[in-house]
Design a binder for this molecule. Structure first.
Ligand code: KIV
Length: 278
């Protein structure tokens, strides 16, 4: 049974009803098909693709062309979920006009239904311009990975009431600028709860505790595909790395022993042709 298409309005209605919003990052066609079938509300083509898929140490090198490529693949896999694409570092930092142009590219060339960008009060004028261009914008505040060099690392933000207040001001400015939702990343649960109570648009938490209106996790973290340790806020719902390693080890052993491929996994000549081979 096909359920209703999710739009930005569905997310607002969920907040109004107190129903949690769910999301996971997706970077390709199979992950999009699976996330959509599982019933997530929105698929986020995160610039975390730079780390999870490209193996880089941060998100800073992700390019707009890469985001367009991954967003297109995800577009082809979704039927229901809202498609949100990240604006990569540098695609909205040079001028508002560049920001609007690049947001338009994610919609026109890749099929994004909304864009996400990092930053609070200082990005509010740009958010307003993009929304005026008919593109829904999701904000992203707190631990904003594109600011890693300014923040001095991936550090939890808003750890005092004063700093929490500054984050609330950011959230209010993005709301006034027309953002339809805000990702709250890496902040104390109390601050995220405070912001969630104070603003009318949905908050989506990652490392921000359970009181946000919804949650997002990175695909590789959630499914146990991330090599090494994951941050405290991650819950691993599967160990796909272990499953994949086990499957590959069995495949290698079968090829080496001659157990794969078997006769049933081989094509055959018709009997009349077989006879002609000496
Ligand atoms: O790029 C990303 O995966 C994100 C999420 C962490 C929210 O922005």
């Amino acid at each position: 049974m096909k359920t209703e298409k999710i739009t930005i309005h569905t997310l607002a209605e969920k907040k109004a009803r107190g129903e949690k919003i769910t999301s996971v990052t997706t970077y390709d066609h199979p992950s999009a098909v699976l996330a959509d079938r599982a019933g997530v509300d929105f698929a986020l083509v995160g610039d975390s693709v730079s780390m999870t898929v490209a193996g880089r140490p941060n998100t800073l090198e992700a390019t707009l062309e890469e985001m367009i490529y991954h967003t297109r693949a995800v577009r082809r896999g979704l039927e229901r979920a809202l498609l949100v694409a990240d604006m990569p570092f540098g695609s909205y930092h040079t001028s508002e006009l560049d920001g609007v142009r690049n947001a338009l590219r994610l919609v026109k060339e890749a099929g994004a239904e909304a864009v996400k960008l990092e930053g609070g009060r200082k990005q509010a004028p740009l958010v307003e311009r993009i929304v005026q261009s008919e593109i829904p914008v999701m904000g992203h505040i707190g631990l904003t990975p594109q600011s890693v060099n300014l923040l001095g690392g991936y550090r939890v933000q808003g750890k005092t009431v004063e700093a929490g207040h500054a984050l609330l001001d950011d959230a209010r400015a993005l709301t006034a600028a027309g953002a339809f939702a805000i990702v709250l990343e890496g902040m104390p649960r109390e601050v995220a709860a405070w912001i969630t109570r104070e603003i009318p648009i949905p908050t989506i938490g990652i490392g921000a505790g359970p009181d946000c209106d919804g949650q997002v996790l990175v695909w590789h973290d959630l499914l146990g595909l991330t090599p090494g340790a994951t941050p405290k806020f991650v819950r691993q719902y599967a160990n796909l790395a272990g499953e994949i390693e086990g499957a590959l080890a069995r495949y290698i052993a079968d090829v080496r022993s001659g157990a794969f491929p078997a006769d049933q996994e081989s094509y055959h000549l018709p009997a009349s042709e077989k006879m002609l081979i000496r």
